[in-house]
Write a protein that binds this ligand. Sequence first.
Ligand code: ATP
Length: 626
Amino acid sequence: KSTTPIAPIPKKSNENFVSNIPYADLCNLFQEIESTASRLAIIKLCSDFLIKSMKQDSQNLITITYLCINKLGPDYEPGLELGLGEGLLMKTIAESCGKSLAQVKSKYHSIGDLGQIAMEARNVQPTMFKPKPLTVGEVFNNLKLIAKSQGKDSQTRKIKLIKRMLTACQGVEAKFLIRSLESKLRIGLAEKTVLISLAKALMVKEYYEGIDPDMNLLEDAEQKIRDAFCQVPNYELVINACLEHGIMNLDKVCTLRPGIPLKPMLARPTKAITEVLDRFQGQTFTSEYKYDGERAQVHLLEDGSMRIYSRNGENMTERYPEIHIRDFIKDLSVTKSLILDCEAVAWDNEQSKILPFQVLSTRKRKDVNVNEIKVRICLFAFDILCYNDNRLINKSLRERREILHDVTNTVQGEFQFATEMTTSNIDELQHFLDQSVKDSCEGLMVKMLDGEESHYEPSKRSRNWLKLKKDYLAGVGDSLDLCVIGGFFGRGKRTGTYGGFLLGCYNQDTGEFETACKIGTGFSDELLTDLYNRLKDTVIDGPKATYVYDSGAEPDVWFEPTLLFEVLTADLSLSPVYKAGSSTYDKGISLRFPRFIRLREDKGVEDATSSDQIVELYENQANLQN
Ligand code: ATP
């Protein structure tokens, strides 16, 4: 079978490299970007800086890219998240800049930016000796140490490291150091802009090396970086591959591989079988049960080990200690490695049937002892993306399925193939949809079966995969995952807990949360108590600068964004007080009669339903009505 072989990615590790670019230079760049509105001008600033740093050492590109996008490494590597709480930062700023905590708090009330407060406090502080200037490498490594420090005394260690850096801060450095610690640079530098600048720098490097790249292809080059990143979500590996092989060859060398979770392909919602038929008119498509569990990307590595990654690339292997993928491989003498796309579902072994998602969510996430597991898991496999040294994503779904069936064995209640049917007959589809629900599934996933359109598209919300969820037919077609940003105190029976919540969608261009509705329906008393205990510690003094809301819809308390609710809605309508999608329309869009379904703990807050998705759902609904 013809396949695309996987080339090794150069492994020049950034671990031992410490950038000696002055941190002040990077902060001055941030300051300039903050006061620049034009995106083109920002690209110029950012790419000039990258080029200058690259001339010193090309490994600088990695550290600076990470600091510009406010990350410390790949999302799939644990312990690299910062996002330090305001309390800890206020205390540290007060202690190291000679202010009282009350002073810092009161300033924070009026200014709302801890970075600004730290900078102002630091700059009026008399110092006896001029401190040794900070370097980018030193700050980056310290930020990593802070993110990674855990357990007893970790608070003290973090404070110590921050204080040491703060004392060395001059000019605007303290402002951006604190914002980086909060994981919020807020200078209007989108990841896309950083990537274009990076592409430009890499092309300039090739020019210096006499390769003469076509600078008109800058957008293509940036797309190559993005595509590579969907398969290998690790900028260190992507940048090193560019440096070694040239940016235009990235698609040949930087491809998915066992051991690195690629970004999963996503589906678009549909509201009716007729919509599916319209979309796939004249082409062969196939339907699979849509299982209601958690996405599980299963990797078998050449060394025989196994990893299971969540939808977000989080390593969940420890959560499922009872699963050994090798047990389901037909011939281990030929199958050395693979990547499967599956859904992990709770399974009732006595009755041989699927259990609802709520049962799955009762399983512990960490430190699972295999002897104490009460809720069993069955993996339903629906795709294979990589087999031995071959990546399969550019094969048709029909071929991928064949390979999946060829190389794995099903074992009832442990590892099964997703139930499938290939038909374009509307009655048969309706029957299959009904059957899926009787079999405890959410509905169907309808997928293109042949040709290029059936290729696996990492990270894309593709038109070639449609979800048809029974409960949402004729509604807006899908549930929404919204971030909890505020709470309303409960009354009557709900006194002592929050009785309702303010929810927001995520605007991926601006990094803001735009309010979408208030919700108070669908919660049990027990859940409200749990939510109260969980959210009370995330209460903040006022709305964050990234919350877009109207004073007509203010909650009693504001929260840090930490949690997503999956919610259903009767429909979407334009609203005078809610702000979802308000950068597209004058008014925002809001959910009517929202109802809570469940917590979405497998998604990060930035994976909340986006403003663009809400606009699309709203427009589809309006089209249908027309
Ligand atoms: P999205 O992933 O689209 O943002 P979501 O996480 O809320 O939304 P759903 O709307 O439930 O997920 O639909 C997609 C998910 O359905 C997939 O991520 C996968 O976990 C699950 N799924 C279940 N069965 C299948 C299947 N046969 N093919 C693909 N995905 C499936």
